[in-house]
Design a protein around this ligand. Sequence first.
Ligand SMILES: [Zn+2]
Ligand SMILES: [Zn+2]
Length: 102
Amino acid sequence: MHRPGCDPDDMRETDFLCDFCRRDWTQAAPFVEGHHGACICGSCLSQACAQDQTPSSAFRCSLCLEERQDLAWSHDQAHLCRRCREQSARVLARDPASGWRR
Ligand SMILES: [Zn+2]
Ligand SMILES: [Zn+2]
């Protein structure tokens, strides 16, 4: 997410917050951006990759903003679908600068 009250014409690293742990880019790099400024940081993604939660009911994914059934991980009322988890994991794994490993 983008920090509430940030200036869209002057975005700084501290204006990008992980939707799951709410840490900013400087505290929790690397980041993957989803839709409409939604973000997940590498450490949240690692936690999401370590498990598959049992899908209960439909939920709204915090990254793609769609109604999904394939829950991968929830944290602090933010939800991640398995599709976004796989996409984000591929993005980070492909980027050597991220230093991220599943
Ligand atoms: Zn996070
Ligand atoms: Zn999703």
